[in-house]
Design a protein around this ligand. Sequence first.
Ligand code: ADP
Length: 257
Amino acid sequence: MYTLGIDIGSTTSKCAVIKDGKELVAHSLQTGGLGTGGPEEAMAQLWQSCGLTRQDMACAFVTGYGRKNYEGADGEISELTAHALGGRFVFPDLRTVIDIGGQDAKVIALSPSGKMVNFVMNDKCAAGTGRFLDVMASILRLDVDALDTEAAKATAPAAISSTCTVFAESEVISQLANGVKRPDLVAGICRSVASRVAALARRAGVTERVCLSGGVAQNDAVRQALSDELNVPVSVDPLAQYFGAIGAALWAYKQQV
Ligand code: ADP
């Protein structure tokens, strides 16, 4: 039996197909989330990659910021449930999920059996989310996927003291003008995101194993800084950005058996 999960985020749309609740057979991602052609494009890419069709899916669930306005699924689940399920699919011993997406960050604490026991979320402020990194990358004329390699060249990471993205933007521009090297600024920017997310994580409670989910998981400088701040190893997986979609597909399977 095939089931489909769709994660319509603020920034990207992701899809995943799971076979018999066990095997990931296809996944896709397109830029553009809620209110764009992203979901349809991600779906078209998905079918093209696996040769299956929507009719082959026994059930489809949608999650993510845009889930309420999507009509092509059989039901919707919260992002918290989806990320927890998707995270446990990859890391069966997972106890803490730190999801850093395009517009929010969440920390989900799980029991040893995977039940959600606590969560803390920041969806009010762009600092501590992918948006902060996107804004800073554009000021520094870098792609977001180049931030971690740039940060790795830092010799004296810059301190970014502003707690607001708009003020931090001015701060970075003035530090650049004052001759602070780009790698040092990028390292400071990644640390700033990590320190904000670490504060959330401490409120939720951090138990090993800890993993990152969401797009920012691909930024190893943020992962490393988070691990240093929390003093625990933080795991990542290449599928981290798909945990929501995978979790929704697993949930769809659970509704069928
Ligand atoms: P959402 O689900 O809210 O749409 P995602 O979990 O897809 O968000 O994460 C999107 C964010 O991930 C972007 O804002 C960007 O900062 C970050 N990101 C995306 N791709 C990469 C990459 N290759 N390397 C580092 N960061 C990335």
